[in-house]
Design a protein around this ligand. Structure first.
Ligand code: MN
Ligand code: MN
Length: 298
């Protein structure tokens, strides 16, 4: 529990610092995500991930080594930071609108309201469908919907997704929260029709099983990522060590063999803009939100 608390504190600080940097027009995505990873280590954490997603993309993007994109006035950017200590993971996210255009304040407000409403219900014995209803109600109150094929999740040591999904709508799940359960709640809010589909190049991967890779490039990648114990990794961690060509070939081979799973960028299918807020917590009579920053209003 102390490791979770410490990971949570670091995750909250880095999330806010990263968000503040992205909010400034012209911020390099690559530099900000590199900054976040370095900062996690500097604060004594281990990097689980530093991800971001822009506008209609809801999740699962990491800049590559050669990424040149920067934030632009009016972009709606999600930053999702994962920190761990010996596999005890803190997962949290927030959204910023770049510059001062102020077009998406309601998207962000609805996402914060949805998260807050769900957190209020977190206690042992609570059925999951109720958390879904709470999130959807807050989304609809401001004219939005949640993204129904994205969800929160339980967390276990070295497992980002512990096997139980926390719905963002009424999925009728009678599964109950239990004392001590580690849970991440993360409503995604959009004015679109509320479903994501895959869009663009894979930059996030997780290793599924140990395997004997045939190609030397695949072997090199396994050597790099096996110590992560199943936590995610991104292309640029590899390209910086073994080069772009070997990384591309090695990833392709491992993906085809089923050794690694790809997590492609997920975009709202009707092009809707997406806002997301997320906290991690430990369920209890008094639930502990361990990624909460003192300046978070949600
Ligand atoms: Mn997250
Ligand atoms: Mn999460």
């Amino acid at each position: 529990r102390d490791k979770l608390r410490k990971a949570g504190k670091i995750a909250a600080i880095v999330r806010r610092e990263g968000a503040a940097k992205l909010k400034v027009p012209g911020a390099s995505f690559l530099q900000v995500m590199d900054y976040c990873e370095d900062r996690i280590k500097e604060l004594g954490g281990q990097v689980a991930w530093a991800q971001m997603a822009v506008n209609d993309v809801a999740a699962h993007f990491c800049p590559e080594e050669h990424e040149t994109a920067v934030s632009n006035e009016g972009d709606l950017i999600k930053i999702d930071i994962g920190v761990h200590l010996d596999g005890w993971i803190a997962d949290n996210a927030m959204t910023v609108e770049v510059g001062n255009s102020n077009r998406y304040a309601d998207h962000m407000k609805a996402a914060r309201n949805a998260l807050r409403a769900a957190i209020k219900l977190v206690e042992p014995g609570r059925e999951l469908w109720e958390l879904g209803v709470a999130q959807m109600s807050e989304a609809q109150a401001l004219g939005f919907t949640t993204i129904k094929n994205l969800s929160g999740h339980t967390i276990e040591q070295y497992r980002v997704h512990g096997g139980i999904s926390i719905p963002t709508f009424n999925n009728k799940s009678k599964i109950q929260l239990t004392e001590g359960m580690q849970v991440a709640i993360e409503p995604f809010i959009t004015e679109g029709d509320g479903f994501v589909k895959e869009k663009g190049k894979n930059t996030i991967w997780m290793m599924r099983k140990n395997a004997n890779a045939r190609s030397p490039y695949a072997k090199k990648i396994i050597t790099e990522v096996a110590p992560l114990n199943g936590l995610p990794f991104t292309n640029r961690w590899l390209t910086r060590k073994i080069g772009r060509g070997p990384t591309a070939l090695g990833l392709k081979a491992l993906h085809q063999q089923g050794v690694i799973t790809a997590y492609p960028p997920l975009a709202e299918r009707t092009g809707g803009m997406v806002a997301q807020y997320e906290h991690s917590m430990i369920v209890g009579e008094k639930t502990e939100i361990y990624t909460k920053h003192e300046e978070d209003s949600w």
